[in-house]
Design a binder for this molecule. Structure first.
Ligand SMILES: [Zn+2]
Length: 412
């Protein structure tokens, strides 16, 4: 006899509604047990003390249904004589919940932890695709939407060329899925297309709005904690085939350790997402790339450049300074340009290293600094980015994009 009535309990959030599914266990399905499944109890616990960025999966391990709320008791419709589906609409955006399900007499199963994220702030794959198609439909002459590869799980990686001229600027989003990307990039591009279409007559932007799409989808569907690697367990920003052999120890994590959040992968460019990024930027040849990072939703100055470039390479430093000054003054027209806007970090296997060594173009990770945006930073790092903050930052980034395009004034 089985010790539990339920197996494969699973949960997903879609458009602010929680969908739970579970199955009868194999022994009870095989002996055609009916009574045990004539009714189910669904319990829900609010995990108000869960902290994004510091709490992870283990926060929920061993959690028991005691002191949780019984939100449903009764029959649940069955498909294929084995699978049950239940949905919960009475949830609040921004909250984290743990769900448990119990058949009539056997112990409860769970928890299934879920965070209800605002679907306007964390786009699903479906939303991303429809926003991109809309953009192409609105500006058919200058927006060219394509696919530059597929993820480990087989999702199409979308790429865009926006503009009629030579490619000046490259943008990359969600290399790390729990960080900034498509929502900010696409909203900023919409702004540029709407307000300054003339800038794009003689120049163009090459864009991969979301690289780590598999894990991004997991976050959009309610995974509560920060995620960084792809679905094969590799940190994509340590997998590029330049200085990959240099083992990094940043954050107290070792890039050759498969358990660590910065694992570089089994060999250079092992990941299909990295191959797609390399091919796309090698083909489109922008003059500079900005890659969007920082926890949960928005990013800003400082821009981090490749730190392992030969110190005597003044060309690299001069170009880096010029690009970061232009981008930074677009983000912050209210501030005086400052040397602290540009910093360098030397992670082997990063997009930054690869872009300079292979394409001879500077690339930067955009992060967030306490001195630039304290309130935004606070909201963002605990996964409380909201529509207003996203809107404010998409306007800031649209100005920054225009500044970079204007550096070339149609000449490339
Ligand atoms: Zn990052």
């Amino acid at each position: 006899m089985a010790s539990k009535g339920i197996s494969f309990l699973n949960g997903k959030v879609k458009n602010g509604i929680v969908y739970l599914s579970w199955y009868k266990t194999t022994p009870l399905f095989e002996c055609n047990e009916q009574d045990e499944f004539s009714e189910f109890s669904v319990y829900r616990k609010c995990a108000d003390d869960f902290a994004f960025g510091s709490d992870y999966e283990e926060f929920f391990c061993g959690m028991l249904p005691e002191s949780s709320d019984l939100i449903y008791c009764g029959p649940v419709e069955c498909s294929n004589k084995r699978k049950y589906l239940f949905h919960d609409k009475q949830v609040e955006i921004g909250k984290v919940y743990a769900y448990f399900v119990k058949s009539r007499t056997m112990p409860a199963v769970g928890p299934v932890p879920l965070k209800i994220r605002d679907p306007e702030v964390w786009w699903s794959y479906e939303t991303l695709k429809s926003r991109l198609l809309q953009l192409q439909q609105d500006y058919p002459a200058i927006v060219n939407l394509q696919t530059c590869g597929r993820t480990v799980e087989g999702r199409e990686i979308f790429s865009l060329k926006v503009g009629a001229g030579a490619t000046v600027l490259g943008l990359a989003g969600a290399m790390h899925p729990g960080e900034a990307g498509p929502e900010l990039i696409i909203s900023a591009l919409e702004q540029v297309l709407h307000e300054s279409p003339a800038t794009l007559k003689n120049s163009a932007i090459a864009v991969i709005p979301s690289i780590n799409l598999d894990i991004r989808e997991r976050l959009a569907q309610g995974n509560p904690w920060y995620l960084r690697k792809n679905s094969a367990g590799v940190d994509l920003n340590r997998n590029f085939p330049v200085n990959w052999e240099d083992i990094g120890q940043g954050y107290g994590l070792s890039t050759d350790d498969p358990d660590s959040a910065t694992y570089r992968g089994a060999f250079p460019a092992s990941e299909p997402e990295v191959k797609a990024v390399m091919k796309f930027f090698a083909d489109s040849k922008p003059a500079v790339i900005f890659s969007f990072h920082a926890l949960a939703g928005i990013c800003d100055i400082p821009a981090i450049g490749a730190g392992n470039v030969d110190q005597s390479d003044s060309e690299f430093y001069e170009r880096s300074k010029r690009f970061v000054k232009a981008y930074g003054t677009g983000l912050h027209p209210e501030l005086k340009p400052d040397d602290s806007w540009l910093a360098f970090a030397g992670s082997g296997g990063s997009l930054l290293c690869w872009a300079w060594h292979e394409l001879r173009i500077p690339a930067f990770d955009l992060e967030l600094s306490m001195s630039i945006a304290p309130e935004a930073l606070q909201k963002c790092r605990i996964d409380h980015t909201d529509c207003d903050l996203l809107k404010e930052y998409s306007i800031r980034h649209s100005r920054a994009i225009i500044n970079i395009l204007n550096l070339y004034n149609g000449k490339r």
